[in-house]
Design a protein around this ligand. Structure first.
Ligand SMILES: [Zn+2]
Length: 105
């Protein structure tokens, strides 16, 4: 495993510690799916990084971007919750296409 480089990770790893930082409980629920609100078809919550429009392109082009799924690490004793995102390499790749100072949407 090459877990040393979070940049290359495609899974949300979350914290390495198994102890709640708030209450020191060892009962941690790892990688719990966070669902967006949806009456009939709830989807896992995602983040999205939209890429800037390329300086040159044809009449038809596709908006680039990357998505990552958000997962939660939850303490079963106090409810303390941390959120972590996967697909980091692709997200960061999209993010870095923005010039410095510009903000990804
Ligand atoms: Zn706790």
């Amino acid at each position: 495993m090459h877990t040393r480089v979070p940049y290359e990770s495609h899974e949300a790893k979350g914290p390495d510690v198994d102890v709640c930082p708030k209450c020191s409980s060892e009962h941690i629920m790892r990688g719990v799916e966070v669902r967006d609100r949806g009456e009939h078809n709830p989807q896992p919550l995602q983040v999205h990084v939209t890429e800037p429009e390329p300086p040159k392109h044809g009449l038809i082009w596709f908006q680039g971007g990357s998505s990552g799924t958000v997962r939660a690490w939850i303490c079963a004793a106090c409810g303390y919750t941390e959120l972590y995102t996967d697909n980091l390499a692709a997200l960061y790749e999209s993010y870095r296409k923005w010039p410095p100072g510009a903000r990804a949407q």
